[in-house]
Design a protein around this ligand. Structure first.
Ligand code: SAH
Length: 218
């Protein structure tokens, strides 16, 4: 899927290498995740006007009041749901630019991703197509319902903050992990829920900041 960033200085290999080093410095150790991050042209997931900033470790606007997540957070969330082997089916709520889905698609067999804003869902779908990411399935639907026809999922990644929708627990496979930013007072905490039969173990992975999980379609 590696399209070359021909002639654009700011997307030079050096710039990408610096981002990789930064992720390592911040504690991302999983080589599979680092490899996926290195292989994904993030500048193609933002507006051309912002492409010079695409390899900075920051969230950036993608229109409609939404953002592409910070690379560190994308790497951390991917590592948090990735066990020993490759993942089978993964569900993402909040496609946005499609960047997180593109990373997941490199460590999973199939990625199902839902977005409630039609315009964003359509541009993400075009990106997947252009980049040859044929194992990503995307829909313009409200993620509060999950994706029942494809459940159960080995991993679920929620990229908008709020109350974790109950149905997602039911759609998680035994042994699978879900990560989601959950509202706690003024802040959000990244929660990892691991399913063991009918038990759901909760861990707090630290403070994060995501756009809100909303209801209905736009
Ligand atoms: N994963 C994205 C991050 C996008 S920001 C990326 O890598 O770029 C979160 C996205 O979640 C926004 O695009 C927002 O529209 C979407 N969203 C919010 N509530 C949603 C819901 N209930 N169902 C599906 N998408 C939702």
């Amino acid at each position: 899927m590696m399209s070359s960033a021909s002639g654009i200085g700011m997307t030079s290999p050096g710039t990408r290498q610096r981002l990789l080093q930064r992720l390592r410095d911040k504690g991302i150790r999983d080589e599979r995740v680092l490899e996926a991050m290195a292989a994904t042209p993030r500048h193609l997931f933002v507006d051309e006007a912002l492409s010079s900033r695409a390899y900075e470790d920051t969230a950036l606007p993608i229109g409609r009041g939404q953002t592409i997540s910070q690379p560190y957070v994308v790497a951390m969330m991917t590592a948090a749901v990735l066990g020993e082997g490759r993942l089978g089916k993964v569900l993402e709520i909040g496609t946005g630019s499609g960047y997180q889905a593109a990373i997941l698609a490199q460590v999973a067999d199939k990625v199902f991703t839902t977005e409630r804003i039609g315009e964003l869902q359509r541009s993400a779908r075009q990106r997947f197509h252009r980049l040859g990411l044929h194992n990503i399935y995307t829909r313009h639907t409200d993620g509060n319902k999950g994706w029942p026809s494809q459940a159960p999922f080995d991993a679920i990644v929620v990229t908008a903050g709020g109350r974790i929708p109950e149905v997602l627990y039911e759609q998680l496979a035994d042994g699978g992990a879900l990560v989601a930013p959950e509202d706690a007072g003024l802040h959000q905490q990244l929660i990892r829920v691991t399913r063991r039969g009918e038990e759901f173990d909760r861990e707090n992975l630290g403070a994060v900041s995501f756009v809100p999980l909303r209801e209905g379609l736009e």
